[in-house]
Design a protein around this ligand. Structure first.
Ligand SMILES: Nc1nc2c(ncn2[C@@H]2O[C@H](COP(=O)(O)OP(=O)(O)OP(=O)(O)O)[C@@H](O)[C@H]2O)c(=O)[nH]1
Ligand SMILES: [Mg+2]
Length: 326
């Protein structure tokens, strides 16, 4: 199962202690205690493995290495090593204590999420004209431990949505090299799948049903994965007895999850259009037009309909290139 949500505790390394020491030479008795080293910082680094949050299922606390204590002869303690947690691209890490979000959107991108604490001062630091043999030193600072929530929000351009069994995975497989499981029953797809059509990333989202926002079926847990999509392909099956109601059911679940999802560009398709005669298909399309929805027929066994889908994808790709250039 794809792990797309984990909670954990993260802490930068503690600072090392400053120390007290003095020169031993007969004529000189100055302070030589070095400062403690800084604690290591904690970073997230993006990797392409979407299942990488799995590693945090059991181990829940992570801390970078502490700085080392200072030593005599003015030697400062070594800084603690940084800790790098590898997370799938698309991860949003929320610091629940500071209410701050950190996003990892690219492979190799490193994001600092917790600072290591400063080391303490050795007694050499406190030397002054009036205090030539100081006894003062300061202990290393303690780094604060933070509670984090990591959420994976897939980075896809197009989200395939609809009721179960409408042909979402079949379309993903048809357009891309993905091998999403296809079968003639509801809830075949249990977790989101990604596929790539040229430079466009498509996400096949598990089927939604009425009440998904209250946990029915697979619930709305996967809807966050379409929050970053620029367009939605909404599939309504030609097998449906009430395509208008099907359409509205999905829109209502989107609204309950996040009204912002309704603002996304939506293309509506009547899937499995090969199952209907031209006349019946026209009737269904007219029904949807009454609620101002223009639905295109779609069948994975009809190249003409697939060509229309590909044209839309090319337009989305163009838009993506233009955005990248500007
Ligand atoms: N006749 C016809 N059948 C199709 C077409 N597309 C998909 N199917 C069939 O419809 C059934 C469901 O297809 P899936 O792709 O698994 O549907 P889904 O929307 O991913 O389903 P869930 O994962 O359960 O939400 C399978 O038996 C497919 O073979 C189509 O264009 N025409
Ligand atoms: Mg499916």
């Amino acid at each position: 199962m794809l792990i797309d949500e984990v909670r954990l505790k993260i802490k930068g390394g503690d600072g090392g202690n400053g120390v007290v020491s003095y020169k031993n030479a007969m004529m000189e008795r100055g302070p030589t205690g070095g400062d403690g080293g800084k604690g290591g910082d904690v970073y997230l680094e993006g990797i392409s493995d979407l299942s990488a949050l799995r590693q945090f299922r059991h181990e829940k606390s992570f801390a970078a290495e502490s700085g080392q204590d200072g030593s005599n002869r003015n030697k400062h303690g070594a800084a603690g090593r940084e800790l790098v947690l590898k997370v799938p691209v698309g991860t949003v890490a929320r610091n629940l204590d500071l209410k701050a979000d950190y996003e990892v959107t690219k492979v190799g991108q490193k994001v600092l999420v917790a600072h290591g604490a400063a080391g303490g001062y050795g007694n050499a630091h406190f030397k002054s004209a009036t205090n030539i043999t100081p006894r003062q030193f300061s202990p290393g600072h303690k780094a604060r431990e933070f509670n984090f929530l990591f959420e994976l929000k897939l980075i896809a351009d197009v989200g395939l949505i609809g009721l179960p069994n409408v042909g979402k995975s079949s379309l993903l497989n048809e357009l891309t090299a993905a091998r999403s499981k296809v079968a003639n029953y509801k809830f075949t797809t249990l977790e989101p799948n990604l596929g790539v059509y040229y430079e466009i990333i498509l996400a096949d989202i598990p089927g939604l049903i009425e009440g998904a926002s209250n946990g029915k079926g697979l619930g709305d847990k996967f809807l966050r994965h379409i929050s970053r999509c620029s367009a939605l392909f909404h599939l309504i099956s030609c097998e449906s007895e009430n395509p208008v109601a099907d359409y509205q059911t999905i829109r209502e679940e989107l609204r309950k999850f996040d009204p912002g999802l309704l603002e996304k560009i939506e293309y509506v398709f009547l899937s499995k259009s090969d199952l209907l005669s031209d006349k019946d298909l026209k009737k269904v399309r007219c029904g949807l037009e009454k609620i101002k929805i223009k639905a295109e027929p779609l069948s994975i066994v009809d190249d003409k309909t697939l060509a229309r889908v590909k044209k839309i994808l090319s337009r989305i790709a163009e838009g993506k290139r233009e955005t990248a250039q500007s």
